[in-house]
Design a protein around this ligand. Structure first.
Ligand SMILES: [Zn+2]
Length: 93
């Protein structure tokens, strides 16, 4: 069950060359069968591990060293299941 949908901006700072960059993620919060919170991250529509964990660390665009992100901005998005239905074509007659 999806409980929340948000855009999260993660900032990464390379520990090697100190390059800094940000990536926007689409995050869905949901509850699993045991009532535990789950976060699902996607980037450009591609499922990805949490950027705040080592497994989701991103390679530096300049030197390739992987960095763990930190949350710098969070914006709630309309919940997918309560978005208004797409426009329905008018009856032809
Ligand atoms: Zn770097």
């Amino acid at each position: 069950m999806i409980t929340e949908h948000a855009m999260e901006r993660a900032e990464f700072t390379c520990g090697h060359c100190w390059h800094r960059w940000t990536i926007d993620y689409d995050v869905q919060l949901s509850k699993d069968d045991h009532g535990r919170d789950r976060e699902s991250f996607t980037h450009n529509g591609i499922p990805t591990p949490s950027p705040y964990t080592p497994v989701g660390a991103w390679p530096c665009p300049q030197c390739g060293r992987r960095s763990v992100g930190r949350l710098v901005e969070r914006r709630p998005l309309p919940h997918p299941s309560i978005q208004p239905a797409a426009a329905v074509p008018a009856p032809s007659d």
